[in-house]
Write a protein that binds this ligand. Sequence first.
Ligand SMILES: [Mn+2]
Length: 373
Amino acid sequence: MWGRGSCPWGRMRRLLRAGCSHLLPWAAAQELPVTAAVASSGSSPAVSMGLPRHPARWGSSFNVPPSAEAVARPVGICSMMKLPVQASAAGLDAAFVGVPLDTGTSNRPGARFGPRQIRAESSLLRRFNGSTGAAPFDSLHVADIGDVNVNPYNLPESCRLIRGSYQHIVGSGCVPLTLGGDHTITYPILQAMAERHGPVGLVHVDAHTDTADRALGERIYHGTPFRRCVEEGLLDCGRVIQIGIRGSSYDPDPYKYCREQGFRVVPAEECWMRSLAPLMAEVRQQMRDRPVYISFDIDGLDPAYAPGTGTPEVAGLTPAQALEIIRGCRGLNIVGCDLVEVAPMYDVSGNTALLGANLLFEMLCVLPGVKTM
Ligand SMILES: [Mn+2]
């Protein structure tokens, strides 16, 4: 550690340029080494000594993920992008929220651990999107508002709990970015969305249409959310697109139901070895300026890239195509997003959750009101 008189001013100047100016006078006043000051007064979930002493603003009037130049990546409580954790969505423009539920899965369980692993991998994410120029943390008030306290022993009750939580979130004018959880959760989320916005358009990336009617007599599981949404009038069916659909089927005409509702189904075969930018230009026309929800099932991606999921199907989308889809949603009236079905234990590399974290960041970057540099 540094004694007085050997304080590393070059590093302090770098911190100043990194937007940490409010920390340094405090550090000087406390006669503490910069490292200790940062560790004990930085971004609230990044503190190592308990309660935050300063808001996580880093020279901004917004919440900002701490720079790894100032706070080591493994330091801090594990929130999404190490953002501050808030108890509610009050005052936020957008919020990350976890829904750790997987009792709706039909094959491999484990998506209940998705939110935690996505948060863990998200510590690598940084403040700006250098590819698109998006500066979400200079545009919106964002925080992590924790998880919905779901009941894994009771799926219908969990849906009621999720709906209630999202009624509060959207009721405060906040756009939720959800860390799933299996795809069942999108059904109660869309109930809350439609209460606020009316029937919404849907950009749905998935290997499966998730429009089954029932299994073993049950109407609620991760294969049925969008049929339930249609039945309840939650979707503006002429503005629904499903991308990446594939896999074997029990039905010789597996997309019949979707087509009958007016959905546009884009099978994975139509995406292979192509840019999806032209498709997204059509999607922007289709969605117009009306409310749109993005529901991204990680199994839309090829299991070579995202093996950590419960119902993998071969020959799926690439990560670059996933970015084209999400970046192609820029300009739409996006009212909410989710990233579901990350089941981390089937991927020892962590890549599936890392992809999930990046896709959620990309979704944040295309929300209405996000400025570009
Ligand atoms: Mn799905």
